[in-house]
Design a protein around this ligand. Structure first.
Ligand SMILES: [Zn+2]
Length: 104
């Protein structure tokens, strides 16, 4: 079953496409959030790097709200603003995660 995202192993520039599972080498980190396609299956997606990992998002199979957020970000945000959005979401996520009860 396909997923709406894929992430690389930390420090690597290649990841397995969320749609077709092919190995895609992005060659270098990038914060570009413009529309792109998987070179293997040609599905519409977004590739960018976050910290030490590459990320692929596939709007057509993402939850509708996430797909709308991706499309909105591509339309409305400059690259630095997209990075700002990621930094903000990451900070929120970290804080929420910190408050989760620990097992055991
Ligand atoms: Zn693919």
């Amino acid at each position: 079953m396909s997923q709406w995202f894929s992430v690389s192993v930390p420090g690597r520039t290649n990841l397995l496409c969320a749609m077709c599972g092919n190995d895609v080498d992005l060659r270098s980190p990038s914060v570009d959030h413009d529309p792109s396609i998987c070179p293997a299956c040609k599905r519409d997606c977004v590739f960018f790097s976050w910290k030490s990992q590459m990320v692929q998002l596939v709007p057509e199979v993402a939850p509708p709200a996430m797909a709308a957020l991706i499309r909105w970000a591509q339309r409305e945000l400059q690259t630095f603003e997209f990075v700002e959005l990621l930094v903000s979401l990451d900070a929120l996520s970290k804080k929420l995660h910190d408050w989760l009860p620990r097992p055991g």
